[in-house]
Design a protein around this ligand. Structure first.
Ligand code: FES
Ligand code: FES
Length: 208
């Protein structure tokens, strides 16, 4: 059985340990919390044919670099996590979701946005076809749709296979189904899909 003296000695030790822990915790609380400066990095991109040199927080997405730093607001932010395609741009000839990519990963890359495809006076053939076929309603998804559509026709030309058409040499002209499949990452809340496919078919010279 524990003597009274042992019990009180234990009590004193436990009490002092608790007091020391409390004092340490208070000291930690009292320290001013210094926020670490965000890491930045220089990055050079060629955007719509012009070299652009930026110093960016390494967490900046390519989408934010274009919109917030270069003021190229034609590229739209929809979901900001790779589900809608509104942020599609063409990088080194391939379409990508710019919200899923860090700008600093694109050192030296060639980026094409909707602003680089055509101008109001001189529309790109795909832009003109979208106008002719009413390929948009509110227009929010349209820059991404057009960048994607341009890249899709280029993919087909280069023979990049899809789920629908594994061997393009067997059928060089893309079908309506195939174009819709390839465009399936670009969501349109206004539901302009049929008109978009018609615009693409016209540019591709496809019969459907
Ligand atoms: S904003 Fe990038 S996929 Fe939706
Ligand atoms: S035109 Fe409105 S979301 Fe596509």
């Amino acid at each position: 059985m524990m003597s009274e003296m042992e019990m009180s000695r234990r009590g004193v030790l436990a009490g002092s340990a608790a007091a020391a822990a409390l004092a340490a915790a208070r000291q930690v609380e009292a320290q001013p919390v210094k926020a670490a400066a965000p890491a930045t990095m220089p990055v050079s991109l060629t955007v719509n044919g012009k070299r652009r040199d930026l110093t960016l927080d390494t967490r900046t997405t390519l989408l934010d670099a274009l919109r917030e730093h270069l003021k190229l607001t034609g590229t739209k932010k929809g979901c900001d996590h790779g589900q809608c395609g509104a942020c599609t741009v063409i990088v080194n000839g391939e379409r990508i979701n710019s919200c899923l990519s860090l700008a600093v990963q694109h050192q030296g890359d060639e980026v094409k946005t909707i602003e680089g495809l055509g101008t109001p006076d001189k529309l790109h053939p795909m832009q003109a076809a979208f106008v002719r076929h009413d390929g948009y309603q509110c227009g929010y998804c349209t820059p991404g749709q057009i960048c994607s559509a341009v890249a899709v026709l280029d993919e087909i030309k280069r023979g990049v296979p899809s789920h629908v058409q594994a061997d393009l040499s067997a059928r060089p002209q893309p079908t309506n189904i195939e174009m819709r499949e390839r465009m399936s990452g670009n969501i349109c809340r206004c539901g302009a899909y049929s008109n978009i496919a018609e615009a693409m078919a016209e540019v591709a010279g496809a019969k459907g």
